[in-house]
Design a protein. Sequence first.
Length: 110
Amino acid sequence: MDCIFCKIVAGELPSTKLYEDEEMVVFQDIAPAAPVHYLAIPKAHIPGVDGITGENSAVAAHIFEKIAALTAEKGITDYRVVSNVGEQAGQTVRHLHFHILAGRLGGPLY
Ligand code: AMP
Ligand code: ZN
């Protein structure tokens, strides 16, 4: 499948990984929008939050558990978790990902 995040999971594209297990990977965003900008993704190809179902939602819970653990381990207490769904919302990669942003956040929403 022509998906850059599937290629990162498969090791066909390089990435700076911070965490990996059987179900997910966390790596540095290539174009950071804040001093801390990680991406947390499932290894399985799910197109976005709109592709989460009763069948695959356990991985979403797992990802959030690891986001909490990883940020705590790094001493990051104030951060934002963002997932864009659809082009108009700014989704450019159609593989579920959660942006973890910290260090310089904008207003209350963006
Ligand atoms: P979104 O626009 O919400 O779909 O987020 C996609 C994110 O993936 C953007 O923040 C990009 O900077 C990031 N990105 C795209 N290609 C790569 C890559 N090869 N390695 C790391 N991050 C990437
Ligand atoms: Zn994919």
